[in-house]
Design a protein around this ligand. Structure first.
Ligand SMILES: Cc1ncc(COP(=O)(O)O)c(C=O)c1O
Length: 384
């Protein structure tokens, strides 16, 4: 085994019951730069398509934001470019301080990252193991489960609650007595459904001792739901993930953050090779946080287009799940895969399919023009 692991870290791996295979894989990986395979929306969407899209494609497959960075962020990014020859680590610290202040958290409770995939994957490496499974809703965002499989930790899929499609927190808490992470995405990707504050609180207060609840708030700003950062302020066993890839429109710029007790954040980061974050992304993220208009304006734009699309689906008797995010699921009443491919032939690229619901597809809310093309192609393919 490479000598990069300290005695404490080796003991930590052994305690979590890692198989030799998982152990060596992780050790080798860390020795070669500490980067986990990048299973994010883009990579998962690309796998579903399997080839390049034509330049005039309608791209509503990976929950991106066609609006891009807000004006304040774009200006801050331009302004920092001439300073790009310096490392300027204070840019990451400034973003973390700004976010901590807005969330009512003490310094040291927010850590900046280049997106939220990195802290998601590293949470899995830090807290899961052979005897400490990863618990996730089904259908749910797959990236953490892929990371768990990669390190040899079991994945327990817990079906979403019937009818409400929210997280079944009782079943998740009961899934395993020594769960490593219980992952709760709010609103959930792919359904866009919100789990209530009461249910989240219940989970945090009734989870197995030693487990960490990982709350992914990637899509939270699209809804009016309360943030869960008060649980972090109360020093609970909770880590929250935030990203600037969604409402803030900075997916390609790479900014995110983890919110948690300093001891949890230290543990999360212990196997990272570097904590460095790009200064353009951090400058844009800080400016986005300070913008008074970005979130409310964008939330309204997305909600208006989403509700118009729901009006269209209702009119044509197409079943869908009401969503609070920039995506929704619809029932195409036949193989979702076939529908997806038929839409792609119309140059409309919708999201992937979750095996547990093979007749449902996920669609990202695009611009009004994009959704007009979606509607046209949808009628053609749904009735085919
Ligand atoms: C639920 C959820 N979490 C995390 C991410 C990771 O996004 P990023 O690494 O761009 O912050 C995504 C991406 O779509 C997501 O859907």
């Amino acid at each position: 085994m490479p000598q990069i692991l300290s005695a404490d870290q080796k003991a930590d791996f052994v305690k979590r019951g890692f198989s030799r295979r998982g152990f060596h894989r992780i050790a080798t990986l860390l020795a070669t730069g500490g980067v986990l395979p990048f299973y994010n929306e883009q990579a998962l969407a690309q796998r579903a398509i399997g080839r390049a899209m034509p330049p005039d494609a309608v791209k509503i497959d990976s929950n991106e934001n066609p609006m891009g960075p807000c004006a304040e962020a774009a200006e801050a990014i331009h302004a920092i470019v001439p300073k790009g020859g310096r490392y300027l680590s204070e840019e990451g610290a400034r973003m973390a301080e700004t976010l901590a202040e807005q969330e009512g958290l003490n310094a040291g409770y927010v850590q900046p990252f280049a997106g939220s995939s990195d802290p998601l994957h590293h949470s899995v490496v830090a807290f899961c193991g052979k005897d400490h499974p990863y618990v996730v809703a089904d259908p749910g965002y797959e990236a953490g489960a892929r990371a768990a499989q990669f390190i040899g930790a079991p994945v327990i899929n817990v079906p979403l609650a019937k009818f409400s499609f929210t997280h079944d927190v009782k079943a998740m808490a009961a899934a395993h007595p020594s769960a490593g992470l219980i992952y709760l995405c709010n609103p959930n990707n792919p359904t866009g459904t919100l789990t209530s504050k009461q249910d989240i609180e219940w989970l945090v207060n009734n989870k197995p001792a030693g487990s960490v609840v990982l709350i992914d708030e990637a899509y939270l700003h699209f809804s009016h739901a309360e943030k869960s950062s008060y649980l972090v302020a109360a020093d609970k066993d909770v880590i929250i993930l935030r990203t600037f890839s969604k409402i803030y429109g900075m997916a390609g710029l790479r900014a995110g953050a983890a919110l948690g007790r300093p001891d949890l954040l230290r543990k999360l980061s212990q196997y990272r090779s570097t904590g460095f974050v790009p200064i353009t992304a951090m400058a844009g993220a800080t400016a986005s946080l300070k913008s008074k208009t970005a979130v409310p304006e964008r939330r309204k734009i997305v909600a208006d287009i989403r509700e118009e699309t729901f009006g269209f689906l209702t009119k044509h008797n197409i079943e869908f799940i009401p969503s609070q995010a920039n995506m929704f699921m619809m029932n195409v009443k036949r193989s979702g895969r076939d529908f997806h491919d038929a839409m792609a032939r119309e140059k409309v690229y919708i999201g992937r399919i979750w095996p547990v619901w093979p007749n449902w597809v996920r669609v990202t809310v695009g611009t009004r023009e994009e959704m007009a093309k979606f509607q046209e192609a949808c009628l053609k393919c749904y009735n085919a």
